[in-house]
Design a protein. Structure first.
Lengths: 401, 246, 140
């Protein structure tokens, strides 16, 4: 038969007042769960930006003036966008001091393609000779084998896999590789060698349902890599000073654009969570004061049985810890399940990049939040625990009469 | 049932009180709950204390049990001066050598009768064996109620469980404060008979506080508390009629 | 009115939430054109329909549990609840799966909500169908 311990007693007391336990547990669960979700989303965004920027490889991105926002959207969420500028800009930029490398890209939006999947996808034409975004990946994954003009690399969220063939605007392409997940727009992008892209555009009048009207000298963006000893912002200013119809944004500005999206939502979430936490603290403190007051006689009788002051203290604190600890666990589990289920929805609705942080970090955050929920219980019940343990047994027993 | 049954000389002093006082402030007045009381109780005694409500008898019992401290005076329990004991030592004394029974049983409602009896094991010298707990409950006549919860027991049955609980750690002294206060006459006598058996057959030293002098007959000594002062009542022992205190 | 079973009410509420999920988090609205030119709803449309039916069944069983007296009868119904929960989970995943594209509304909203609610129904069913507490150990 099992032992009777202080823990048994605390557990019994939880069962005596189930509604009270649920109220306290729920307060803590919601506060813990909200904080967990907000933290993981924030860390997920940061993780995605780090991975995505590393993949992108560029320090600066040049786009036609007035198209910065759709361009940023394209990089962040992969929402297709098409805009064009003359390609002579590239020579101007390449000649500027501080510019190490440049590479052009052409953006095309696909039509909804029933043979592949429903939805529009982002075709990005790139120059294999000058590109520094895809090439590093090619070097490690395809042993640096040269790409044919109709060999394409797809992002993780495209429903195509290696060796599959797909037709865009009447031209057939072969999938030779799939990029790793970044949580950013790259995941919904299909990279097409420029030669293949230009051929597709030229043949679209004959082969496709819709004719593409992109001129051979038109490009959509220029990716710039800055020299190691140069200042990125200086180079950016220099580029804009030398061009009339183009705008430059840095990868840092990309982060800022995301930050702006998030600020409002996360700010409110963190604010609400902290308010809830404080409310939980007050609620638990009040409930425990009431509980301890009701049970003075019982605690006095425990003292008469031989319980020392510290045993009473540990009993009351232990009960609070049990309530809040369980609430914290439920909150964490619920938030984890909801986040796992709805992370994509959150990403799409908030227009943010998101990549799950590594497991070590998630476990660490969970552990910290669990400790926080236990501390909440401890803090809230400190006064009732102290006062009940200090009370003279006789006074406690008489209080119940 | 008593730890020292047979090993202790029968008439060794268990309780030794010298001129204890318990005063407290109530508004502008000083209330003398216990006023200059001296008392000696020997091992094997069954002392009953009667008196009006508010006469100080419960306070006296609590002072003896170390549940409260006197304003003045000296208390020795088992030759240990209580004023020299810290909370830990006092708690240990209560856990191992003193059993309490109160007017309201105050059992833990979510523990069975058996587990309630085992509860003192948390604070004593070790877990109370379920077999021992079951034996205690059998002795108080509840062998068929081991796994019932307090809500399933009558008032009298709950008091019996409380009595069994008080004996779980094999105390040498039992302090009972109005244990039958809210019970019917028949049950009152049943409980008192148990206490008498405990004293007669097992030599348990018992201090019983009751408002009913009729019940006081069960004891070997009868004391009366009045306005904080204690007197020996020879009339009860001589079987004379005395008024019932409420 | 005699006391209703709280857990029965909880099951009924979960069933109700399953019914309204495709309304609050709708599946894809577009139509597919077949080779013969006919336009049909996407397959997630049928997933949603099926789930709403399961939700209605869960509501009915939940209410039956709420109003029943005998624990034995309730236990049998809890087995059915567990089964319905399992079916609710499996339908959008395997039986009548939603669209292939993971970014479609049926996959980002409807499916996770239904799987989570189905999971809660399954847990409720499993917990409720546990055997009644065994009699306490006897002391010899």
């Amino acid at each position: 038969m099992k032992e009777i311990t202080l823990y048994t007693l605390a557990l019994q007391n939880l069962r005596r007042k189930p509604y009270r336990a649920v109220v306290i547990g729920l307060c803590v669960a919601v506060a813990t769960g909200s904080l967990f979700a907000a933290t993981i989303v924030l860390r997920g965004v940061q993780h995605s930006l780090t991975v995505g920027r590393a993949r992108l490889g560029a320090d600066l991105i040049v786009v036609p003036i007035g198209h910065e926002v759709p361009a940023q959207e394209a990089f962040i969420t992969g929402q297709p966008s098409t805009f064009y500028m003359p390609d002579d800009i590239k020579e101007i930029i390449t000649a500027l001091p501080g510019v190490q490398q440049t590479s052009t890209q052409v953006f095309i939006e696909t039509l909804s393609n029933a043979s592949c999947c429903i939805g529009e996808f982002f075709l990005v034409g790139f120059e294999p000779e000058t590109d520094f975004t895809i090439s590093p990946w090619l070097a490690t994954h395809l042993d640096g084998e040269a790409l044919g003009p109709f060999d394409i690399i797809v992002g993780d969220r495209i429903l195509l896999r290696e060796d599959e063939t797909v037709i865009f605007y009447g031209t057939a392409f072969n999938v030779v590789g799939v990029l790793e997940k970044t949580g950013m727009g790259i995941d919904r992008t299909i990279y097409v060698p420029m030669e293949g892209m230009r051929t597709m555009i030229a043949d679209s009048s004959e082969l496709a349902e819709k004719t593409l009207t992109v001129a051979p000298e038109e490009i959509s963006s220029i990716l710039v890599s800055v020299a190691p000893n140069a200042d990125i912002l200086d180079v950016a200013e220099r580029i804009e000073a030398n061009l009339d119809n183009a705008k430059v944004f840095t990868a840092a500005q990309l982060n800022q654009a995301v930050g702006n999206q998030l600020q409002g939502v996360l700010g409110v979430t963190f604010g609400v969570t902290i308010a809830m936490w404080l409310m939980s603290l007050l609620t638990i403190g009040l409930v425990f004061s009431l509980t301890v007051n009701e049970r003075q006689r019982e605690l006095g009788i425990l003292r008469a049985m031989g319980a020392q002051r510290q045993a009473i203290f540990r009993l009351v604190m232990g009960e609070a810890g049990l309530f809040t600890g369980l609430g914290g666990l439920v909150g964490l589990a619920s938030a984890a399940i909801l986040l796992a289920g709805f992370s994509r929805l959150i990403q799409l609705r908030l227009h943010i990049p998101y990549l799950l942080p590594n497991w070590f970090e998630i476990v660490g955050i969970s552990f910290l939040l669990l400790v926080l929920s236990l501390l909440t219980g401890a803090l809230a019940s400190l006064h009732p625990a102290l006062s009940s343990s200090k009370m003279e047994p006789y006074a406690a027993i008489r209080q119940g009469e | 049932m008593s730890r020292n049954n047979g090993s202790k000389p029968k008439n060794a002093p268990v309780i030794n009180i010298e001129k204890i006082n318990k005063h407290y402030q109530q508004g502008n007045e000083i209330v003398r709950a216990v006023d200059d009381v001296s008392l000696q109780v020997l091992s094997g005694d069954f002392v009953s204390i009667t008196g009006r409500s508010g006469s100080g008898k419960t306070t006296l019992l609590s002072l003896i049990g170390g549940l409260t401290m006197p304003t003045a005076g000296h208390i020795e329990i088992f030759n240990q001066p209580l004023e020299s004991l810290d909370d830990a030592a006092l708690s240990t004394l209560r856990a191992r050598r003193i059993g309490f029974v109160f007017q309201f049983a105050s059992l833990i409602p979510t523990l069975t009768a058996l587990d309630n009896v085992r509860l003192p094991g948390l604070f004593g010298s070790g877990q109370v064996n379920p077999k021992d707990a079951a034996n205690l409950l059998s002795w108080v006549g509840l062998s068929d109620k081991l796994h019932n919860f307090p809500s399933e027991l009558s008032g009298g049955q709950q008091t019996r469980v409380a009595l069994a609980r008080a004996l779980a750690n094999h105390p040498d002294l039992l302090l009972a404060d109005e244990p039958t206060g809210n019970l019917d006459v028949e049950t009152e006598h049943e409980i008192l008979t148990l206490l008498s058996d405990l004293n007669r057959e097992r030599g348990m030293t018992i201090l019983l506080v009751t408002h009913n002098p009729e019940l006081a007959r069960h004891g070997t000594r009868h004391l009366v508390m009045h306005n904080g002062m204690l007197t020996e009542n020879q009339d009860i022992i001589a079987n004379k009629k005395v008024p019932i205190y409420d | 009115m005699k006391r209703l079973s709280t857990s029965g009410i909880v099951v009924a509420v979960l069933g109700l939430l399953i019914i309204i999920t495709p309304i609050v988090l709708p599946v894809c609205e577009g139509l597919l054109e077949l080779v013969n030119g006919k336009q049909v709803p996407m397959r997630c449309h049928w997933t949603a329909r099926a789930e709403m039916i399961f939700g209605a069944l869960i509501v009915v069983v939940g209410l039956m549990i709420a109003f029943l007296k005998k624990p034995g009868e309730r236990q049998r119904l809890y087995h059915q609840v567990a089964l319905l929960g399992l079916v609710t989970i499996l339908t959008p995943l395997f039986i009548l799966p939603t669209c292939m594209n993971p970014d479609m509304s049926c996959n980002v909203g409807t499916k996770p909500a239904l799987v989570i609610l189905g999971g809660l129904v399954l847990i409720a069913g499993l917990l409720g169908s546990r055997a009644p507490k065994t009699p306490p150990e006897t002391i010899e």
